[in-house]
Ligand binder design. Structure first.
Ligand code: ZN
Ligand code: ZN
Length: 345
């Protein structure tokens, strides 16, 4: 099969590699219909996330089941499925405690040996371990793009929202409107917020944020004054940080009401400082962590029922052969206008 291989820092290549085969009775093999490029892929290819090279990239996928291991009884060949980016066994101590992100036998597709050595989804075929547990059936009327959103951006965004938003009718701000930020913002609409505020310097992303449910948008580099105005001086009930930079952590902290909630799901690329004394005097509720893959089925149900429609986030499409050039563009340019790119192998 053809697959997109991480060959050296900054470099990817489409190569012919052996087809994956069933290794365990709990495996499935799927024909990849579509796979999307994630910021994590770029992080891997930048060379500073993992030391090894020579593996298939990608962890966001929708596909059709080609073959099932003998122990997978709850799916059929031909089913259209998506899968969590982080395979989990469901049986180890971490999984039994509901802590799937730290499964002893888990990892992340397409991130090399450091993350379990699971070959990625930017390929014609994908082997899915623990398939009966990890796969989610995609209803016929749900688009490939929506299924791709569930495989990472929307579950990650939802995780941040769920930890910060505890009631309907609250005032919520999302800092940073990349794919995860837009997904968090869109997911927050489930909570029927009184105000849902998108903050990002890029006008096109704010336009998308409006389409996805933002009631207010802020493009100012320092959003604190606008947030004070929009909240009538009361401050935010919840802030979701998807930007991962020191300035937005501070702006969020300053803009939250007393006892407010801050979820940090944007990953800083270097250590940042954070004013603990200010957080303490505010009684800040702070959460950060990895995406919780548990609620993926619930999110699929929201999409199937028409409560969520994240498709607008996917605004570029390419073939597998075009993927190396696309990766270069995404890594080297800032004004490409692509929010999330889909590859159709
Ligand atoms: Zn991803
Ligand atoms: Zn486990």
């Amino acid at each position: 099969m053809k697959a997109l291989i991480y060959t050296a820092p900054g470099e990817t290549e489409v190569q012919e590699v052996p087809d994956p085969v069933i290794q365990e009775p709990t495996d499935a093999i799927v024909d990849v219909i579509a796979t999307s490029i994630c910021g994590s892929d770029l992080h891997v290819v930048s060379g500073d996330l993992v030391p090894d090279t020579g593996f298939v990239l990608g962890h966001e996928m929708v596909g059709r089941i080609r073959e099932l291991g003998s122990a997978v009884k709850n799916f059929s060949v031909g089913d259209r499925v998506t899968v969590s980016p982080a395979p989990y066994c469901g049986a180890c101590a971490s999984c039994r405690g509901g802590n799937y992100a730290h499964c002893e036998f888990g990892g992340v597709y397409g991130c090399g040996e450091t993350y379990g050595g699971f070959a990625g989804s930017h390929a014609e075929l994908l082997r899915i371990p623990f398939a009966g547990r990890d796969m989610i059936r995609v209803p016929d009327h749900v688009s490939d793009e929506s299924a791709l959103a569930i495989s990472d951006a929307l579950t990650t965004g939802a995780g941040g929202v769920t930890k910060a938003v505890t009631q309907q009718g609250r005032t919520i701000a999302v800092f940073g409107c990349g794919p995860v930020g837009l997904s968090a913002l869109h997911y927050a609409t489930i909570w029927k917020p009184a105000r849902l505020i998108a903050i990002d310097p890029v006008p096109e992303r704010l336009e998308l944020a409006r389409q996805l449910g933002a009631t207010d948008v802020i493009s100012a580099a320092d959003p604190r004054e606008d947030l004070q105005r929009i909240t009538g001086g009361a401050g935010l009930d919840a802030a979701i940080d998807c930007a991962g930079v020191e300035a937005t952590f501070q702006a969020a902290l300053d803009s939250l009401a007393p006892e407010g909630f801050l979820s940090i799901i944007g990953i800083p690329h270097k250590p940042v400082s954070f004013d603990i004394a200010a957080a303490l005097s505010k009684g800040l509720n702070l959460w950060t962590g990895l995406a919780d893959v548990g609620p993926a089925q619930t999110i699929m149900d929201y999409i199937a029922d028409g409560l969520l429609d994240p498709d607008a986030i996917f605004n570029h499409e390419a073939s597998l052969d075009e993927a190396p050039a696309l990766m270069k563009t995404l890594m080297t340019s800032r004004d490409h206008g692509i929010v999330k790119a889909v590859i159709r192998p």
